[in-house]
Unconditional design. Structure first.
Length: 178
């Protein structure tokens, strides 16, 4: 029997030490897989924790067939998708913190209220995926490599897309219409 299956069977029987060993044996690979999927560092740890909680809860239904790593990866994919959907739902609320996008340096003067309103209107006119990308990059601070990995695109393509979105927003704000 696969060593991970042995740990899973023992953990399903209530052996907490076996589950701890299972976590230690799989967390590095799962963390990488989750990071590639979500691309947001603080969300990676949250999804990893949710994955192990769901795995613990589902151990009684696990069948040892030598696929424990795949079983955990499936749970991680589901948890990552769920976390991204939750995050997207929260983003559909009015855009908060947008002032930081315009003037993140506290030594700079506050942006004009009219400028913030125009930027909000222009952002709201963008497709949801574009707003999400901008939020992840500039609001959450995700780096290009993480965004590229999460989207399955090259870093250069993501950088070019972000540049086009910034140009579109700049033109929209300058023109005053979305």
């Amino acid at each position: 029997m696969d060593p991970l299956d042995v740990l899973a069977v023992r953990a399903a029987g209530g052996d907490h030490a076996a589950f701890h060993d299972l976590v230690l044996a799989t967390q590095a690979d799962l963390r990488l897989a989750i990071a590639a999927r979500v691309g947001i560092p603080d969300l990676v740890e949250e999804v990893l924790q949710r994955t192990y909680i769901a795995a613990w809860d589902g151990l009684t239904g696990y069948r040892p067939e030598g696929r424990c790593g795949g079983w955990l990866a499936g749970i991680a994919r589901h948890q990552a998708s769920h976390a991204l959907r939750e995050r997207a739902r929260r983003r559909q609320q009015p855009l908060a913190g947008i002032e930081d996008w315009i003037s993140p340096d506290p030594d700079e003067p506050e942006p004009e209220p009219d400028l913030i309103d125009r930027l909000r209107r222009c952002l709201a006119a963008l497709p949801a995926g574009a707003r999400d990308l901008l939020q992840r990059r500039y609001g959450d601070g995700a780096d290009l490599a993480a965004l590229a990995a999460a989207s399955g695109r090259r870093s250069g393509a993501v950088a070019q897309h972000l540049q086009r979105l910034r140009d579109r927003l700049r033109a929209c704000v300058a023109g005053g219409a979305p």
